[in-house]
Design a protein around this ligand. Structure first.
Ligand SMILES: C[S@@+](CC[C@H](N)C(=O)[O-])C[C@H]1O[C@@H](n2cnc3c(N)ncnc32)[C@H](O)[C@@H]1O
Length: 376
């Protein structure tokens, strides 16, 4: 997983800020990031502060006093952002969002920041799904499952791209982290989709975040689009908190979703423990360890052929995909993999019976084998 740079808008000139306070902030940032990155990041921070200001302010700023106050406020906010950045916090957490294809995904620590390689294959997958389940050919509602959904970026982008052609998606996301589930719900709502109340959780609320904020029911559904009152069918995204390793996952968690799925996606944790320990601090100290580490604690003790190679989730996902009735007749599976894992994951998918009959590997824009795609 590479660190994400926000999209650059043209080549940045060195020190483009004429105001003294901004110039001082730029000096501090460029000492750490270099002049080009400092220029771009400070511009993005200023854009974000101004957006927040314009959303918050109800009256136009007309008087010189208000203008000066506003500028002081802006510099104060920028100083806070620069301080956070200098402590190593990823820019996306400071800005609170990351572009992902044509949409913007909200980002908040410690939920994994969507990566450009994931964005790339998700767009490619949307095109493949359009060939296999064409909207205009009466493809009906595309049924999608995203395991380890994080911010929900993958199903939300697929839903968005299909909706451009008038298609409807019924997507489900599963994640073990309550913070990720809450964020995925926010992201879905941001895409003009509505949510019903409550978080579905299959083992209570061990992180203690749902209760009190939402209702106390365990199996209440959150269906984006369920709020439609005009009778029109809408795309939906049901986000469920569950552990994909729990016993009877398919029977207990997936059966409530109305099987089978046309497409199952996952960008699971896949970094082996020894690689995890060598990740940059900006990743290890800010992003959830559970979002990255592909080895389970039991694998440390050996006895499993995938021990220490970050493959635990793929074995489990292959079992889920091959469970009777989970993947539909024309179904597609797309799994993001680490830079050396594609062939092993392909083998894992091939080995389970009843899952997929053909597989292929897609490379990312940096020519790294990045996604294993399986076809029913
Ligand atoms: C690599 S992140 C991917 C997030 C998102 N799909 C993306 O591409 O940006 C993996 C996600 O898996 C979740 N996760 C880790 N262990 C899990 C488990 N046992 N069951 C369900 N989700 C899990 C983490 O909370 C994290 O959000």
């Amino acid at each position: 997983m590479t660190f994400v740079a926000r999209r650059a808008f043209g080549r940045a000139r060195a020190q483009p800020f004429s105001d003294a306070p901004l110039s001082a902030l730029w000096e501090r940032l460029s000492g750490r990031l270099g002049s080009e990155s400092a220029t771009m990041e400070l511009k993005w921070m200023r854009e974000e502060v101004r957006t927040r200001r314009s959303v918050a302010s109800v009256t136009a700023i007309t008087s010189p006093i208000r203008k000066r106050e506003d500028m002081e406020w802006e510099v104060g906010e920028l100083r806070k952002m620069v301080d956070r950045r200098l402590k190593g916090e990823p820019l996306q957490y400071i800005l609170g969002s990351q572009p992902f294809g044509p949409i913007t995904i909200k980002t908040r620590a410690p939920t994994l920041i969507p990566r450009p390689e994931t964005e790339d294959w998700t767009i490619r997958l949307a095109a493949l799904l359009e060939e296999r389940f064409p909207v205009r050919g009466g493809g009906g509602v595309l049924r999608m499952l995203d395991l380890c959904t994080g911010t929900g970026c993958i199903p939300i982008l697929i839903s968005h791209l299909r909706s451009q052609a008038g298609g409807i998606t019924a997507a489900y996301g599963v994640d073990i982290s309550t913070k990720a589930v809450l964020l995925a719900r926010e992201n879905a709502t941001d895409q003009s989709l509505t949510l019903s109340s409550g978080i579905a959780s299959h083992d209570g609320d061990p992180e203690g975040e749902c209760y009190g904020r939402f209702n106390r029911g365990h199996r209440t559904r959150n269906v984006i689009g369920a709020g439609a009152t005009d009778g029109a069918q809408r795309s939906s995204f049901d986000v469920i908190r569950a552990n994909i390793f729990q016993e009877n996952f398919a029977q207990e968690v997936l059966s409530g979703m109305g099987l089978p799925f046309d497409v199952i996606t996952s960008n699971p944790p896949y970094i082996p423990l020894d690689e995890y320990e060598r990740l940059p601090n900006s990743v290890r100290e800010w992003e959830d360890r559970r979002a990255l580490l592909g080895d389970l604690p039991t694998h440390k003790s050996g006895g499993d052929s995938s021990n220490g190679r970050g493959l635990a989730f793929y074995h489990r996902i292959a079992e889920i995909v091959s469970t009777d009735g989970v993947l539909g007749a024309n179904g597609v599976v797309a799994l993001e993999v680490g830079h050396t894992q594609a062939e092993e994951v392909r083998e894992i998918l091939r080995e389970v019976t009843g899952g997929v009959s053909a597989t292929e590997v897609w490379k990312d824009p940096w020519a790294v084998p990045r996604v294993v795609v399986g076809y029913r």
